[in-house]
Design a protein around this ligand. Structure first.
Ligand SMILES: Cc1ncc(COP(=O)(O)O)c(C=O)c1O
Length: 387
């Protein structure tokens, strides 16, 4: 590990040497003056990259633009004293999550972000030839994690209204039952922002073979206001073969700190626990406990997000853009041309937006930022892709 890290650093330093015209750079042979100059140049590059990133309007990764709550920051600040420890007290994060959902701690699996729990599900339930079934497009890392090849996923296209076709998911699962190890449903779905209706989740769970686990990714649960939606945690409480994942990256604004979790029946969690590394840092465990308690902050973020999203999408519709109704902190707008070059145009204007989600090649996914972020976005969109 150390070796590859130093190789990367060497490449970076020799890249710098080339960039700044410093010759004969060698970790052993360089003069003090050369080393100082390289250090200065490295600092300059780092500062440039950092300030370039800081200046960008970030609407590409569905982050929370407002940052963690004061209570969360305070809890995390208090936990820095454990930065040098392995065996520190964990702040009761597992117990707090379990109590929050009315399950036992052995039904909770922590991950370094919920993405790590998704990977654990793939590793645990897709041994050998087994496949994952789900819709397309969705949060496809689950398909990528499966084997790093899309061949291991059986995907069902979204319907014309961009919602998931549960009857088709059921049909495909039954037809391939012997080969299916996992069903993945993202609810609400990323990138469309649409919910899977509660009746459809019930239909799915009542219709697929009981021995196939169904993973329901509720990363955007906290933003939903749609009465047709409900969390699938109730099925875990009923003891069904269901895994629900949640994250602190979105509503709690802790994406950079990495904390997510899965909730499932104990035997299901045990299978995933065997394959997960679960290297979660001390600081975020304390932040997570505080975030669960800070319901006022969550309510405020939910309200702000919905206000800004509705204002922005209403404006875009008046301007003549087609929008997919969203229950999340992002939405899709039809730019009527391939998204990839459009994304580049936004980047040139200092705005990061979502990548292309094939087969929805003309639909741009935009995260809901602050009011000001969205004003920048709308004016750039009008310039790049007039309605
Ligand atoms: C649907 C969905 N699930 C999971 C994740 C992973 O989130 P994290 O690993 O930060 O918890 C994301 C991230 O954007 C997501 O959109």
């Amino acid at each position: 590990m150390y070796k590859s890290g130093s190789a990367t650093r060497r490449c970076f330093m020799s890249g710098l040497a080339a960039t700044f015209g410093i010759s004969r750079l060698s970790p052993f042979g360089s003069t003090t003056q050369e080393r100082r100059q390289v250090q200065k140049s490295a600092d300059a590059v780092r500062t440039d990259l950092q300030s370039e990133y800081d200046k960008m309007v970030k609407l590409s990764s569905n982050e929370n633009p407002y940052g963690p709550s004061e209570a969360v920051m305070k809890a995390m600040t208090g936990a820095w004293k454990y930065a040098n420890r392995y065996g520190y007290p964990e702040g009761g994060i597992t117990e707090a999550i379990a109590a929050h959902h009315g399950v036992t701690p052995d039904q909770v699996l922590l991950g370094s972000g919920s993405a790590e729990v998704l990977k654990a599900a793939d590793d645990a339930f897709l041994p050998g030839h087994l496949k994952v079934v789900g819709v397309e497009p969705t949060f496809e890392v689950v398909y990528r994690f499966a084997t790093n090849s899309r061949a291991e996923a059986i995907t069902v296209p979204l319907r014309d209204d961009h919602t998931a076709d549960m009857n088709e998911i059921v049909r495909v699962t039954r037809r391939n039952a012997r080969d299916v190890g996992l069903i993945y449903i993202c609810n609400p779905n990323n990138p469309t922002g649409s919910v899977v209706r509660k009746d459809d989740i019930k239909l799915l769970l009542d219709s697929v073979p009981e021995d196939i686990p169904v993973l329901i990714d509720e990363a955007y649960h906290h933003f939903v206001e749609n009465p047709d939606y409900e969390s699938s945690l109730k099925y875990v409480l009923e003891g069904r073969n269901v895994i629900v994942t949640r994250t602190f990256s979105k509503i709690a604004a802790l994406a950079g700190m990495r904390l997510g979790y899965g909730i499932a029946p104990r035997e299901v969690i045990d299978q995933m626990r065997r394959v997960i590394y679960g290297s979660i840092n001390a600081v975020v465990k304390y932040g997570g406990v505080a975030a669960l308690q800070d319901t006022a902050y969550q309510a405020k973020i939910k309200q702000l997000n919905s206000q800004v999203r509705e204002r922005t999408t209403a404006q875009l519709k008046i301007l003549g853009y087609e929008i997919i109704p969203s229950d999340t902190n992002f939405f899709m707008v039809n730019v009527r041309t391939d998204v990839t070059p459009v994304r580049e145009e936004f980047r040139k204007r200092g705005i990061l937006v979502g990548r292309k989600f094939s087969p929805m090649d003309t639909w741009l996914r935009v995260s809901v930022g602050s009011d000001e972020d969205m004003r920048f976005f709308v004016s750039a969109l009008r310039e790049i892709c007039p309605a």
